[in-house]
Design a protein around this ligand. Structure first.
Ligand code: ADP
Ligand code: ASP
Ligand code: MG
Length: 406
């Protein structure tokens, strides 16, 4: 007998028929003698619908009230799934995040889980119940409902698996595992049988939304056995996220290509070139709670320099406004922005022992006439910023160039 946490995403919960299908799968695991905790997302499209609704009322929705609204999608699906489970002859009980007491900090819309009280769940499991928990939500110390950021049900799943010391956390979604890149963009993408935590962390942080990055962080930290699988197939082992690097000789240099459309770039021109300038520019951006990604400062000339950085596209206008007030203060010449850029990255632990990956990447892009605007590297990834119109072409070209379709 094993204790398994299964998380089902929005597409998997997208209709009454699909919810019944989830119940059938859970019933099979129960019949094999396993204890099952199920974490569910809202039905596909529901969270987007609720956000749009909120914005019709208030252009920039109040963060606390937004969480009250967008956490409702998951309250619907826990109830529906429990009904389907009961109909399938199982005992089942639903919990919202606050009912479990998934305690988070109070950063509305992107809260972090601090602790989970798993006592009630354990008692229910021991009494033969299937426990169904709403993903994506928690409660702060003051009793406010919080949500965990888009895609946050993955994190609820892994955090519960960690708290319960589950034998495995299974993420059921609409693809049968983690692929070399998003199969919606490159149909030749291949499923990976295993991927290391390190690679998965990079891929998630660089835009592969198959797993929310915090779920991967949690799994790494608490040694949760994490697997991505299809909810539409009964066969298949999915993709296992592993600690070990592949031992076979054919460990690929690059494991995957990740991309993110949601990027924007800001450049401050004619910045006085003196100590403290980076701090003066980026301090106020950080104070405004805006995440900065790539940063480039050019070589100074004639006492001035240019300074560029990227932010998430939804924060572009806010960042620009903050920068404008700093510009006046420090006496820089001009601010130019571009919110039609994207980031494409090659990820692989094999890169460590193989020089020349960057030049191969740059050559492949050059051969297609794709201009690179910014570059950043780490031990296991190379990222480039490109004009958004090249995104799909660049992903396909790099996927082929690194032999990932073979
Ligand atoms: P869920 O609603 O089940 O959480 P998501 O839409 O959040 O599903 O994540 C699954 C989607 O992630 C897939 O449909 C796929 O388009 C996308 N995706 C992006 N990169 C990858 C990748 N490398 N491997 C697999 N899927 C990916
Ligand atoms: N329903 C939430 C979202 O759409 C959480 C999730 O699906 O993981 O982001
Ligand atoms: Mg998801």
């Amino acid at each position: 007998m094993a204790l398994i946490v299964q998380k089902y995403g929005g597409t998997s919960m997208g209709s009454p028929e699909r919810i019944k299908n989830v119940a059938r799968r859970v019933a099979r695991f129960r019949a094999e003698g396993h204890q099952v905790v199920v974490v569910v997302s809202a039905m596909s499209g529901e969270t987007n619908r609720l956000i749009a609704l909120a914005k019709e009322i208030q252009a920039t929705p109040d963060p606390r009230e937004l969480d009250v609204v967008i956490s409702t999608g998951e309250q619907v699906t826990i109830g529906l799934l429990c009904m389907a489970l009961k109909d399938a002859g199982l005992q089942a009980k639903s919990y919202t995040g606050p009912q479990v007491r998934i305690l988070t900090d109070d950063a509305f819309n992107k809260a972090r889980i601090l602790s989970i009280d798993e006592a009630n769940i354990r008692a229910d499991l021991d009494a033969g119940q299937v426990v169904v928990v709403a993903g994506f939500q928690g409660v702060d110390e003051a009793g406010n409902i919080t949500t965990l950021g888009r895609g946050g049900s993955d994190t609820t799943g892994v955090a519960l698996a960690a708290a319960l010391k589950a034998d495995e956390c299974q993420i059921y979604t609409d693809v049968d595992g983690v692929y070399t890149t998003d199969p919606r963009i490159v149909p030749e993408a291949r499923k990976l049988d295993t991927v290391t935590f390190e690679e998965m962390l990079e891929m998630a942080s660089l835009g592969s939304k198959v797993l929310q990055i915090r779920s991967v962080e949690f799994a790494g930290k608490y040694k949760v056995k994490l697997r991505v699988l299809s909810s539409f197939q009964d066969e298949g082992e999915g993709t296992l996220i592993t600690v070990e690097e592949g031992k076979n000789m054919e460990q690929p240099i690059i494991s995957g290509i990740a991309f993110n459309r949601d990027e924007a770039k800001l450049t401050v021109l004619g910045v006085p070139d003196r100590p403290g300038i980076a701090y003066q520019l980026l301090g106020p951006i950080a104070d405004a709670n805006i995440d900065v990604d790539m940063i480039i400062q050019n070589v100074g000339r004639d006492g001035t320099t240019d300074f560029s950085f990227t932010v998430n596209r939804p924060e572009f206008e806010k960042a620009k406004a903050v920068l404008e007030s700093v510009r006046q203060h420090i006496g820089a010449r001009e601010i130019v922005g571009d919110n039609k850029i994207c980031k494409v990255s090659a990820v692989g632990v094999g890169m460590r022992s193989h020089p020349g990956v960057a030049s191969q990447m740059f050559r492949a892009l050059a051969e297609e006439g794709i201009n690179i605007q910014m570059i950043s590297t780490s031990e296991i990834k190379i990222s480039v910023v490109l004009d958004e119109k090249y995104l799909e072409l660049a992903v396909r070209v790099l996927h082929r160039s690194f032999g990932l379709d073979k």
